[in-house]
Design a protein around this ligand. Structure first.
Ligand code: MG
Length: 250
């Protein structure tokens, strides 16, 4: 069941969203070659806690860290580790959730580590642009098929594939609420998002195949089946009558 938010809910969600966005920005500014993903996670956690919030992901389903940090062929749910050292030319996706005032904010970004190849930079830019294009069409009554088609049709022009096994979601008092929001779909089909819906829209875009593998070892890490790169952008939005508003902004 989709949960519609009140104006006061939205005010609170903006505050949670601002903390998540600030933590993500702090992570982005700190990223450099030689840093471990564990150090990066610490920066995210410190930012969130120093702003009176709590990391949404820590302990969620047993996840052991504050941020999901996913390098290169890792699509999502990378577990921060002192053994994973960022190096020049990597791309790193950082996914952050902050819980404040009874609500969650959920946001992600893929950052280049130093200078990256033109191919890697293009994947990052196309993924970011796919989310921006969704932002442009959001409004009360939009269908999930239109959102999915917007992402899929754009990224396919570059030979990229949206991941199908993992999707966006409603977000609010719970980190994951209904409905699921796929990054593929048929225009004019699917559920309509009403005014007052709050949703995390998160294109996960692979350079090659859309097929992904979940690690048997840790049960979390999702990688591309072909070992090619993947990028991830996410914002939490509030759906109003005539447009969507990003809630995960500083
Ligand atoms: Mg999410």
């Amino acid at each position: 069941m989709m949960i519609i938010k009140s104006d006061s809910d939205i005010r609170l969600m903006r505050k949670a969203g601002a903390v998540a966005a600030g933590a993500l920005q702090a992570a982005g500014e700190a990223i450099c070659p030689g840093m471990s993903t564990k150090e990066l996670d610490k920066i995210v956690e410190n930012y969130i806690r120093s702003h009176g919030a709590r990391p949404s992901f820590k302990g969620y389903g047993g996840f052991p860290a504050s941020a999901c940090i996913s390098v290169n062929e890792v699509v999502i749910h990378g577990i921060p580790s002192d053994k994973i050292i960022l190096k020049e030319g990597d791309i790193v996706s950082v996914d952050v959730g902050a819980y404040l005032g009874g609500f969650h904010g959920d946001t992600a970004n893929t950052f280049p580590v130093g200078n990256v190849s033109p191919e890697a930079m293009q994947l990052i830019e196309v993924t970011r642009e796919s989310l921006r294009r969704v932002e442009e069409i959001l409004k009360g009554g939009i269908r999930l098929g239109d959102i999915g088609h917007c992402v899929e049709s754009y990224v396919q022009q570059f030979g990229y594939s949206p991941v199908k096994d993992f999707v966006g979601h409603g977000v609010g008092r719970a980190l994951h609420e209904d409905p699921n929001i796929p990054n593929y779909g048929r225009p004019g089909h699917g559920l309509r998002l009403p005014k007052g819906a709050t949703v995390a829209i998160e294109p996960m875009i692979n350079q090659g195949t859309d097929r992904v593998i979940v690690s048997n070892e840790d049960g979390w890490t999702v990688t591309t089946a072909d070992g090619k790169l993947s990028a991830h952008y996410e914002h939490t939005f509030f759906i109003d009558d005539d447009r969507g508003y990003i809630l995960t902004t500083v």
